[in-house]
Design a protein. Structure first.
Length: 435
């Protein structure tokens, strides 16, 4: 059964409220309208023709619907006719100017309606997946859209304007006092929502307040502190941290490593689909090669056991599984840091192997930092900061560090120059006087 067209549903919900229909009955009224539209489509009746109502009610009677139910269905369809009649009269009698005024009045009436936002959430998911954005981006953007929905009291999405966004962002800054980074994330999320989901524009962006983000100086650990944390971690968390620090990886990049991403012959680790969907290569730390090989052996052993149990394979992204049907069960596609247990997939009724969950790693790191009594706020990302800072401290070229980190903009990498003491001689002196 097809859903009610969104344009009709908005007007219909508004009409139900105007006529004083009890809120619990709204669901049933919409249900009867859906049944009626489906009936007209199936038996070739014209939905806006009142003569279609009698055979519909007769059909309900044939289906053993009670007299009370038939009466409710009759009322529900009658409201639909009133909406259609009003639209027809306006279309025939009003001039273009009057039509615009009527639309404006309708918008005013609809502002406080409890509109259905599920279609726009579905649209948001589709647009995010179409651009291959990360699940975290989807989660963040959906969160901000949900907050906008609550702020506007579920105003019909088609009626949202730049004024709504401006008021919402002002509310975040003034009332909620959220950080500058959160304000900017909200702005970017809603800009995406307007442009790609609502197919609308903000209008004049200059009028929308945007907080200036203060320069951020990341937390950096000393080499001794890094070692102290690693020694207090169990396998495989200690090896994860060694890769975070030794290769400058993001936690998500490390946990998404596949067996084929580590090349022991060349000493190269390949990061696929990093931030911005970019690939890059980094050298493997020679000191942990034996540990990496031991981890590979444990993955091979686990994979063999999984095959014997008849599992469906690992999780693959995009269309890889359709393109390579057996890839999910091949060793090269297995996670380098597999999860401890198989994951049941309800849709397919099968078991698959996922990688270590990031929350488990973060929890282990937090505990190790606490046990090491390090007076710093350290997380998994702190090891990436430390990687960059220690390379600069060792006089590595900043362009090299940028490439290893996978930064698109050198200005992002320049942040790490503030985490180390400058070794540049600042006294003005002629090179002729150098001894």
């Amino acid at each position: 059964m097809k859903p009610i067209p969104s344009e009709i549903k908005i007007l219909y919900d508004a009409a139900l409220i105007k006529k004083g229909v009890a809120l619990p009955a709204h669901f049933h009224y919409r249900k009867w309208l859906r049944y009626y539209l489906d009936f007209c489509l199936k038996y070739h009746h014209e939905p806006v023709n009142k003569e279609s109502l009698a055979p519909f009610i007769q059909k309900l009677k044939d289906k053993n619907q009670t007299e009370k139910q038939r009466k409710q269905a009759f009322d529900a369809i009658s409201i639909f006719y009133q909406i259609e009649r009003k639209k027809t009269v306006q279309g025939k009698t009003q001039t273009l100017k009057n039509k615009n005024e009527s639309i404006s009045r309708k918008k005013t009436k609809l502002k406080s309606t409890n509109a259905d936002w599920s279609p726009v959430y579905n649209g948001l998911v589709s647009e995010i997946k179409l651009r291959h954005y990360s699940p975290k981006t989807l989660e963040a953007y959906r969160g901000w859209v949900r907050q906008l929905q609550g702020f506007t009291r579920s105003k019909a999405p088609q009626l949202l304007s730049s004024k709504d966004v401006k008021e919402f962002l002002t509310y975040l800054a003034v009332k909620r006092k959220v950080s500058a980074s959160s304000q900017n994330q909200a702005f970017n999320a809603l800009l995406f929502f307007y442009r790609h989901v609502l197919k609308n524009e903000f209008g004049d962006i200059k009028d929308i307040p945007r907080a200036k983000r203060k320069p951020y100086i990341p937390t950096v650990l000393s080499r001794e502190e890094v070692d102290a944390i690693i020694t207090r971690l169990r396998n495989p968390y200690n090896l994860v941290v060694k890769l975070l620090y030794g290769c400058g990886l993001r936690l998500s990049e490390c946990l998404r490593l596949r067996v084929q991403d580590i090349n022991f012959d060349t000493g190269i680790l390949t990061v696929h689909d990093g931030k911005g969907k970019k690939d890059r290569t980094v050298p493997l730390p020679e000191t942990i090669i034996p540990e990496l090989k031991a981890q590979l052996e444990s993955v091979i052993s686990l994979h063999q056991k999984d095959l014997e149990t008849g599992y469906a394979g690992t999780f693959l992204v995009g269309l890889l599984e359709k393109k390579y049907k057996n890839a999910a069960r091949e060793l090269v596609w297995q996670w380098f840091f597999p999860g401890k247990t198989l994951t049941f997939v309800p849709d397919t009724k099968e078991y698959r192997r996922y990688h270590l969950h990031h929350t488990h790693v973060q929890k282990a790191i937090k505990g190790a930092v606490k046990r090491a009594k390090i007076p710093k706020r350290a997380s998994a990302h702190t090891f990436r900061h430390s990687f960059a800072s220690h390379l600069l401290l060792a006089n590595y070229d900043i362009r090299t560090v940028q490439e290893l980190l996978g930064h698109s903009d050198i200005r992002t990498t320049m942040i790490y120059t503030h985490t180390i003491q400058s070794r540049t001689i600042k006294e003005a002196k002629s090179p002729l006087d150098f001894s």
